[in-house]
Design a protein around this ligand. Structure first.
Ligand SMILES: Cc1ncc(C[n+]2csc(CCOP(=O)(O)OP(=O)(O)O)c2C)c(N)n1
Ligand SMILES: [Mg+2]
Length: 326
């Protein structure tokens, strides 16, 4: 059993969010310059969720993440240089450049993986939580998912098993209002919290633009899970300031108005967090320096040798189709 870690203060919470914000802005630049191939799903605007939840977790707690997962991985403590190298597909990345933006993992930090399949982190979290219980560990597993996952069978199945077996899972729904361009009202019958209620799981909605509120709600859920009382469900009401994917910068889509985006920007979680007198500028400078070093580190990494594309797999004996690696 690991010792509880001291709860981070406002300066640390701000620092965590600022790191994610600048990391994402940097990643957007690297997408534009072609260093990150294939684009990313930016987390800008949602930082308070990742940081608030992870602030209530212990180092040995675990999480599963999503296609919009950079913030979760960083908030759990991943090195920004290695994370950026992963996005840029380099050998010095967290996963030797094989995972990329949507499949970064760091098992040493309990990050069981981002996931390009909507909802797919939930059963992994339930399995990891079940394993922890079997091993007599009092570890908690948080699973992040978007509003778009609310109707995925695997999520509903995971809620059921977690409730039935009282697994120490924290279901964190990041309701940012849209699944790609589909408004939540047009995609979700019933209610978000009703999903959890159907399985007898305690659920609450929280202001996902307020890092302290997210942290406090998570602490309650974590305490419940650790005591053996079972899972909880948090709906964090949040918003992404950027498009669904960087592709959206090039494709004209009109699913939300400029006024709507602006009204959420006025609730910027970084602006709403007071890190303490004189701290903001100092932390901003510190993060700028850290990210400059991260970029240098990431871009110094080699691109993987295509001949090694099938290394580090769980299964042996796979052979590429003729011409795939040449
Ligand atoms: C099972 C599955 N269906 C569809 C997709 C395509 N897809 C990728 S992201 C996305 C929207 C997800 O919306 P949400 O869960 O709300 O997350 P957000 O993008 O808002 O963070 C969809 C439909 C997918 N990756 N996996
Ligand atoms: Mg969404």
């Amino acid at each position: 059993m690991s010792a509880p870690t001291a709860s981070p203060g406002p300066a640390e919470l701000y620092r965590g969010m600022r790191l994610i914000r600048v990391f994402e802005e940097t990643a957007l630049c690297l997408v534009k310059s072609g260093e990150i191939v294939g684009g990313i799903h930016p987390y800008i605007g949602q930082e308070a969720v990742a940081v608030g939840v992870c602030a209530a977790l212990r180092a040995d707690d675990q999480l599963t993440s999503t296609h919009r997962g950079h913030g979760h991985v960083l908030a759990k403590g991943a090195d920004p240089g290695r994370m950026l190298a992963e996005l840029a597909g380099r050998e010095n990345g967290l996963n030797r450049g094989r995972g990329g933006s949507m499949h970064a993992a760091d098992l040493s930090l309990g990050v069981l993986g981002a996931n390009g399949i909507v909802g797919a982190g939930a059963p992994i979290a339930a399995g990891a939580a079940w394993a922890a219980v079997r091993q007599g560990l009092d570890r908690v597993v948080a699973t992040f998912f978007g509003d778009g996952a609310l109707n995925q069978g695997v999520l509903l199945e995971s809620l059921n098993l977690a409730a039935l077996w009282r697994l120490p899972v924290l279901f964190v729904c990041e309701n940012n209002g849209y699944a790609t361009t589909l408004p939540v009202e047009a995609g979700v019958a019933g209610s978000v919290l009703g999903r959890a209620a159907a399985f007898g799981i305690p659920a609450e909605a929280v202001d996902g633009m307020d890092v302290e509120a997210v942290r406090t709600a998570t602490e309650r859920a974590v305490a419940r899970a650790r005591s053996g009382a079972g899972p909880s469900f948090l709906e964090c009401r949040t918003y992404r300031f950027e498009g669904h994917h960087t592709m959206e910068r090039r494709v004209r889509v009109n699913y939300r108005t400029a006024e709507e985006v602006e009204s959420w920007r006025r609730r910027d979680p970084l602006e709403r967090c007071d890190p303490g007198a004189g701290q903001r500028a100092a932390i901003d400078r510190e993060i700028d320096q850290l990210m400059a070093e991260a970029v240098e580190f990431a871009l110094s990494g080699a691109h993987p040798d295509p001949a090694g594309a099938l290394d580090h797999l769980y299964a042996d004996g796979l052979r590429p189709r003729a011409g795939v690696l040449t």
